[in-house]
Design a protein around this ligand. Structure first.
Ligand code: C2O
Ligand code: CU
Length: 471
């Protein structure tokens, strides 16, 4: 069936073209990059998660009123192994209805947590059981998909880490969740959401940045360690460009999946929703490294500290070299050369206009999302077929566009072909920029596509893609 699909594509592209010595065959090139189906040969891992209002000692140790999963911000980290089945018994004790969306995880459509589209919203006092077997190892996360600009901002998010069947032997596996909070003079969350200011700009940017819910996060390590550092941007709007102050750091995975090869961490814009897995070789005992956000280099933000103590246990004094093992970033990521020239399946303009509930609406392809209860797919893609999407940002704002249920690759920026050596589920589109994506959807269902600046999403910048079996 895969082969038939590939042939159909090659024929379609070759049709009417004169000199295409090797028409690109992106579907065939994709084969082996990631599995089509999950293999449920592990354990069933059951978690209880309750969302409720609570108070936590958060920013600078003060009591902050939040909404939290299991009474903590960030919520619990669910750690499973590839092959395990995740079962989450979720209870809603919030004053609003909610759902849980598993960001980046290729789940069956019914488990995707989109209210009305894939499940009824979970009302106050109700429970819902999510169950799925992840198809991919990597760093994923979960958050509500109802009024998310308020619910995520109030503290509802957590990590889902799917470990490899044989995890690489890092001396430490650490996760940092980056978030920012907009606090008022009372040091509490400013309870006005989706304000005109947030909507006209790049969403709600806070005045306090936390790593794992703290402003004073310190990672203590020993010289000679090799750390896997997983980063998640859980902010509503803020983009970070993490800098590890000269530590030998490589990117090994983006948005969960391993890259083709380890890449040096230069400027990487970690937009809302994005994850990065870093391979950090710790050298030079007795120093402290400031980890900063350089998105605006003239105004860097302090994120956390890495304190390097003595040599790792067992390492000879003064000769603490990090363990040598092959980086797990050796995945098959197709280059997809020549695909920027394939016909555009759908071109979508990103823009704003007056109107709607908040006075300003954000649109995709001229349409503002009508709300989940009235949603209908705005386009249909065929399972197993190459699809080429073009986003033209007609606005002067940022739009990190996120697709549910599938991974894509950026194949062009402002009309120039690019080969990012990794897949993504979220890509930051800058002001007036045009981005081309290639995607081969593999899972049938109705999947959201939206801006992950949550205020933009609430104000219309969402749509749904129907993925159907080829007829
Ligand atoms: Cu992380 Cu539809 O979102
Ligand atoms: Cu946006």
């Amino acid at each position: 069936m895969r082969r038939a699909t590939a042939i159909a594509i090659a024929t379609a592209l070759g049709c009417g073209q004169t000199s295409a010595p090797s028409a690109p065959d992106p579907v065939r090139e994709l084969a082996g990059a990631y599995p089509e189906e999950a293999t449920a040969d592990g354990a069933v891992r059951t978690f209880e998660i309750t969302a409720a209002e609570t108070e936590v000692p958060l920013i600078d140790g003060g009591a902050l009123k939040v909404w939290a999963y299991n009474g903590q911000v960030p919520g619990p980290t669910l750690r499973v192994r590839l092959g395990d089945t995740v079962r989450v018994r979720f209870t809603n004790r919030l004053p609003q209805e909610t759902t849980i969306h598993w960001h980046g995880v290729r789940v069956p459509n019914a488990m995707d947590g989109v209210p009305h589209a894939t499940q009824p919203p979970v009302r106050t006092g109700e429970t819902f059981t999510y169950e799925f077997t992840p198809k991919d190892a990597g760093t994923f996360w979960f958050h509500p998909h109802v009024r998310s600009s308020e619910q995520v901002e109030r503290g509802l998010y957590g990590l889902l880490i799917v470990l490899d069947r044989a995890p690489p032997p890092y001396t430490r596996d650490v996760a940092w969740i980056l978030d920012d909070w907009l606090l008022g003079a009372d040091r509490q969350i400013v309870p006005q959401f989706n304000t005109p200011h947030d909507l006209m700009h790049d969403g709600r940017w806070g005045n306090a940045i936390t790593v794992n819910g703290r402003t004073d996060t310190v990672l203590k390590v020993a010289a000679g360690e090799r750390v896997r550092l997983r980063l998640l941007n859980a902010s509503n709007g803020r983009v970070y460009a993490p800098d590890l102050g000269g530590l030998d750091t490589k990117i090994i995975a983006v948005d969960g999946l391993y890259a083709r090869a380890p890449l040096p961490l230069e400027r990487f814009e970690l937009a809302p929703g994005n994850r990065l897995d870093l391979d950090v070789a710790i050298g030079g005992a007795g120093r402290s490294i400031a980890v900063t956000d350089q998105f605006y280099p003239q105004r860097p933000n302090r994120l956390a500290e890495i304190e390097i103590d003595g040599a790792a246990a067992g390492a000879a004094a003064g000769a603490a070299a990090p363990p040598a093992f092959a980086s797990p970033a050796r995945a098959h990521v197709p280059a997809w050369r020549g695909v920027l020239g394939t016909p555009v399946t759908r071109e979508l303009r990103l823009d704003a206009r007056r109107g709607g509930e908040f006075g300003i609406e954000w649109t995709i392809g001229g349409e503002a999302f009508a709300g989940h209860a009235h949603a209908h797919p705005s386009m249909t893609l065929e399972r197993g077929r190459w699809s080429h999407l073009r986003f033209v940002n007609a606005s002067a704002r940022l739009h990190p566009i996120h697709l549910h249920g599938m991974f894509f690759k950026v194949i062009g920026r402002d009309g120039v072909a690019v080969d990012e050596p990794f897949f993504r589920d979220t890509v930051l589109i800058h002001a007036r920029e045009t981005i081309d994506l290639g995607v081969v959807p593999l899972d049938v269902g109705d999947w959201m596509m939206h801006c992950h600046i949550l205020e933009h999403a609430e104000a219309g910048m969402m749509t749904m893609i129907a993925v159907r079996a080829p007829s």
